[in-house]
Design a binder for this molecule. Structure first.
Ligand code: AMP
Ligand code: MG
Length: 346
């Protein structure tokens, strides 16, 4: 199929109309699938009320049908049509963090495509904080179901080029609004419990949530691989580069030992490190992701770095670990998945 490509400035004036966005919104209204930038990663959107449209998302991504989608809205008024009871804590979280990288789980109302919620009686909703996403959703006049715009299993796209590589020819259009901001997906919080539960760590940290509403729990599956996750998507392998990634907790000299051992076996070796540590290593390919002093910079570059390894001829990759504070929780959650939980400690 022909994939239309629109380039827009990632600064879009909310009061102006842009022909690119109008055309993309028109395709959404016609039941087509369009990729667009958000402040987390690129999303792959479709009319959340239409089975035929939502089905195309699952098909283009190769996404398992039991993995529900997040519904994206532009205005708070859109929420009433989608969800039942809204708790006081959910109201407070929305006031503080919307628009932004926070997804909330509510009891759902009828009206959405059953494919969106994968048979659950709850629905995940988020209001993205990106002018292009906002304008597109608003102009479509629809709730937009949108997972990350990557082939299932691959790292999420932080550039339109990543979307093109995975989905060109499989979707109706891509709105290119430049690089996304946070670089990791939204935090998913279940607000149907009296004490809200983090189902997926992301752009909004546990610390920020607790400052706002007091105690917040973490889904047991996030700390123990053997527990079944409450968020169906969390059980799938994800974000993995083609070469096998192993995380290494220890001094760079210990990581270099691992590199040397693989080199002795005749393997091509990649390293995932930070700006401050990159000069320590001798390897076939080195990818750097920001600085550990500002974990936000690591989050922003992580998926791009994981994807870049696929263009290199490496057989194995060794990656540094990061402190699990603030956005570090989300970074380590994604890295552990990308590594299939392989970790070596000094
Ligand atoms: P993605 O769209 O790729 O960012 O993935 C969306 C994430 O939200 C997945 O981990 C889903 O399992 C999760 N999710 C979506 N809807 C629900 C829901 N109703 N209950 C629990 N998790 C959900
Ligand atoms: Mg995804």
């Amino acid at each position: 199929m022909e994939t239309k490509l629109w380039i827009v400035d990632n600064y879009v004036d909310k009061n102006e109309k842009y022909p690119q966005i109008t055309q993309a919104a028109q395709l959404l209204k016609e039941g087509e699938v369009v990729a667009f930038p958000t402040e987390t990663v690129y999303g792959l959107g479709a009319d959340a009320t239409c089975d035929r449209a939502v089905e195309k998302i699952f098909k283009a991504k190769g996404r398992p049908s039991d993995n529900p989608l997040i519904v994206h809205i532009a205005e708070r008024e859109q929420l009433q049509a989608l969800v039942g009871q809204i708790s006081q804590k959910a109201e407070v979280l929305m006031d503080r963090f919307w628009p932004g990288p926070l997804t909330l789980i509510f009891k759902k109302k009828e009206g959405l495509s059953k494919l969106v919620t994968a048979g659950l009686d709850t629905v995940a909703v988020r209001m993205p904080d990106h002018p292009v996403a906002h304008s597109l959703i608003k102009e479509s006049g629809l709730p937009i179901a949108a997972p990350s715009a990557n082939t299932s299993g691959k790292p999420s796209p932080t550039l339109a080029d990543h979307v093109k590589r995975d989905l060109y020819g499989k979707i109706a259009g891509i709105v290119d609004g430049g690089e996304t901001g946070v670089g990791l997906e939204s935090t998913v919080v279940d607000c149907t419990e009296s004490i809200p539960v983090i189902l997926r760590p992301g752009g909004i940290t546990k610390e920020q949530l607790e400052e706002t509403i007091g105690e917040v729990k973490i889904d047991a599956a996030l700390q123990n691989e053997k527990e079944a996750p409450k968020s169906p998507g969390m059980k799938y392998t994800h974000y993995a580069p083609a070469a096998s990634l192993t995380l290494v907790k220890g001094h760079p000299s210990f990581i270099q030992e691992q590199i040397n051992q693989s080199k002795e076996k005749g393997l091509q070796v990649g390293v995932l490190t930070t700006e401050e540590n990159q000069s320590f290593y001798q390897a076939d390919h080195i990818e750097t992701v920001g600085t550990a002093a500002h974990l936000e910079t690591v989050a922003a570059k992580l998926y791009e770095a994981l994807r870049n390894f696929d263009d290199q001829n490496v057989d194995v990759i060794f990656g540094e670990v990061f402190p699990e504070v603030g956005i570090g929780q989300a970074i380590m959650n994604r890295l552990m998945k990308a590594a299939g939980h392989r970790i070596i400690e000094e």
